[in-house]
Design a protein around this ligand. Sequence first.
Ligand code: UT7
Length: 332
Amino acid sequence: MTPHTPAIPRYSRIVGTGSMLPPRRVTNADLAADLARRGIDTSDEWIVARTGIHARHFAEPGVPASDLAVVAARHALEAAGCGPEGIDLIIVATSTPDMVFPSTACIVQAKLGIQGCPAFDVQAVCSGFVYALTVADAMIRAGSASRALVIGAEVFSRLLDFNDRTTCVLFGDGAGAVVLEASECPGLLATDLHADGRHVGILCVPGHVSGGQVSGHPLLQMDGQAVFKLAVGVLEQAARRVLAKAGREESDIDWLIPHQANIRIMQGTARKLRMPLDKLIVTVDEHGNTSAASIPLALDVALRSGRVQRGDTLLLEGVGGGFTWGAVLLDL
Ligand code: UT7
């Protein structure tokens, strides 16, 4: 019989972050002027007051999500000090894939010159990055992967109905990425994912490709108030669940990095967790809602600006179409 050797605990840890915003910055005033030409009335004042958004970035026509993802991934690899050859898992969270299939993750894999490792997309809309990070963490802890690229990448502008002022002012394009590596110490402390498909209809793009045609309505539709109400409740619940799972307190959180959809939802969540608002990372003002890309984009911006530092405890929270939501508590 071989002598019993205690297993070394295996966790996952973020070792590098990166992001990419398309160069074209569109201010509220730019957008309002563009919509006015279509006879649609909106204003910088309304958008700022209701959402906190001042500007967003739009990719040029023909630029796919994978192009944004690859740039973000390269920055994350550089920050992690490793090359693409060291990656053994790629997960891309996106609702705006380059093609119906194959996955955007396979396209990213090819563009990075990586071969052989598993690569797949996660579709959980604005909760996509939290879902993807949770899956990567589970695969690393199970020993199926050692160093993963986890990416959120979106060209959400392609899904917008520019005749619908209630939605087209809210979203933007971008990508964020992290390198998640196996580690003897955590890293990710706790994760918590949920979905409730009864609410499919409140935030959706109800179209599909069939017989060579687009069927249905292939542009974003949202009942903003219904999403708002659900979001505020579930974000608090998910936060409390990850804290309980990790045996931590609200006061242990150094930074709250929620999905960047609306400053009012984000501040509401911080208040419910009794967190001072200066512990809230806000990029919605400059990025708009970039769906699955918003959390890794905000994380990268906060880390590179020096606000968030190694060793800090972060609460990441996603919420969006599905209805889906979830949280990840981690030590950076
Ligand atoms: O990423 C996934 C998660 N998504 C979200 O978290 C989004 C959640 N929802 C929201 O953020 C908010 O519900 C919105 C920002 C979408 C809307 O804010 P609201 O405070 O709920 O506004 P509302 O829908 O109640 O609309 C208020 C008024 C309406 O006019 P009346 O009926 O009061 O005359 C709208 O027609 O504002 C009007 N309105 C606008 N006015 C100027 C709606 N959109 C616009 C606009 N410009 N762009």
